[in-house]
Each structure stands twice: as C-alpha cells, then as structure tokens.
Ligand binder design. Sequence first.
Ligand SMILES: [Zn+2]
Length: 215
Amino acid sequence: MPRLTECEFCSKIPWTEWAKKRCLCEGFNLDLGCGEGKQKGFIGMDRRAVPGVDIIWDIESVTPVPWWAREMEDLGAKSSPWPIPDNSADKLLCSHVLEHITPSVLPAVMDEMWRVMRYDGQVLIAVPHGDSYGFRQDPTHIAMFNESTMTYFDPAHGLWQIYKPKPWLIRRQHSSPYHNMEIVLEPRKKPDGTPIDIFVAQEPERTRKKKRISR
Ligand SMILES: [Zn+2]
C-alpha cells in the first residue's frame, strides 16, 4: 500500500481526525452515507462526523452545477464531484441512503458512483421499496424506488434513454413491495475507465397501453 504522503490527491481528502488515512488510488471499499454503522473493511463517507466516518462529505455535493446542466439547477440538480479518485473503489455499499437524497439528483449521484468504481467493481444498494410501510414511516424518505427504477441506469433497457446516465449492468435485484430492495450493479466500464459500448435499446418500454378507441 503506498504511503499517503506519496499521494498528492489522497492527502487532500477531507479525512476525519481519527481516520486511518491512506492512499485510495490502488483500491478500497467505500461505505457511502455510513453514519455510525460502517461495515468492517470499508472506508466510510458521510456528511456527519460521527464515530466510524473517515471522510466528511455530503453525497449531494456543494459545488456549482456545470454550465451544461444549468437549466437543471432550478430543479435542484447539483454536481457531485466526491473527493475520491477515479476508478478506485472495488466495492461500494449504499445501504438505506439513496431514499434520503433529492430525487432529481440521483442521476448525478449514480454518475459519480460510476466514476469512482473500478471496472470490475460492484455496488450493493439497499433501499426501502417505495410501496412499503418502511418507506412511508420516515419523514425524511423522499426518493421512491421500485423494480423499474434501476432500469433507467442500464442501457439494456429503453428507459435508460430518458437521462442517458453512465451505463450500469443490473447484475441482481431482489425486491419485496412490503420491505426492502437489494440491487447489485456493475459499471459497464473498460479497465481504462471508459464506458463499454453496448447495444442500446431503441424504444422506451411502454409503461401503459394505449386505449383502443372503438367507433
Ligand atoms: Zn491516492
């Protein structure tokens, strides 16, 4: 493991006082929005400096929106460059976090996850199902997820064309409308960090059938 002092980038990460600082460039596991329940073997990033958090950062970051996304600014979009090197994370855990972020920011946040992931990395996302009692009971839950939500991020599905985010592969998805959803994603990414060219579904999937008008 390279020593931190040798890495200009990682020495500038906003580490907590108690974090075991190190260079992340050669690979690490990231627990996003870990709070006080960080997974063993993971670096924890959270906007609150609670015990276990290694890096203080708001997932919905604070920097200005880039010029090409200005018209999205009124809708609440923010750009989110996290203080994490490109192509560095082996595993990314996102447990009961995404339901708390501004829904219109999700494509930007997912793009940021894609940037920090290694080409052979995996993301595990756990969220309450949008139809569940668990989703509705918490007043800070604002983003709803169901079985179709992640298809907006996988170009094998027509809904990807709505926002055209960085391409993911939905490797596995388990859901219960009464409880939680667990999703495993892999970035469609080459070892050099560029996207893999894949077939893009041409037509958005129909979400409702047209009524036939009888005369
Ligand atoms: Zn580094």
